[in-house]
Design a protein around this ligand. Sequence first.
Ligand code: AMP
Length: 205
Amino acid sequence: MNLIIMGAPGSGKGTQAALICKAHNIPHISTGDILRKNIADGTELGKQAKAFMDAGKLVPDELVVALLKDRIEQADCKNGFLLDGFPRTKAQADALGKIVNIDVALNLETDLGKLADRMASRRVCPKCGYSTSASAAPDGKCKECGEALIIRDDDKREVVENRLKVYAENTAPLVDYYKAAGLLKNIDGMQAIDDVNKAIEAALK
Ligand code: AMP
């Protein structure tokens, strides 16, 4: 199954993506994670992407499409994959359609007004990628590996607002794009994590 999960920044996409990939045994391909790894590893791609990411802007399409194409062509994607954070523009969606067929585009519907607060309280583990909220981890430590949790640079308030604006302008129109293609499944993303997951599984049947 070749899947896309869409939703605003902070909508819980990453959390749901991990659950879907475990249940269906497919790789979770997050362009944001791949870009952050490139920055951490000091690669040329990372150097080019960093300034855009720190400002909450989109990394140019040609860079992201090339990295995505590379990733999808790897052997573990043979039986399907889940894309998280890609496509983010119509140009990326068009490019994707030329690389591979998509079976379902899931869309987590959320209340944009509440997401800025959710993102400002997000804490992530720099070592294993675990994501939680400040209130769920009062000791500031990762539940999975014990590392000290951090706030992503682009989860800082001033950047969050820009990310939500960029989402509304560039990415929200992709909902209509996949609706027109007959691939869209809308999911209420403001429910509890388990209930969102149940709704997704029902939509994939
Ligand atoms: P994410 O972890 O998906 O929220 O992505 C974090 C940041 O990485 C975004 O704010 C963008 O700067 C960049 N990014 C991730 N995926 C893409 C994409 N498909 N197109 C352009 N920029 C991206």
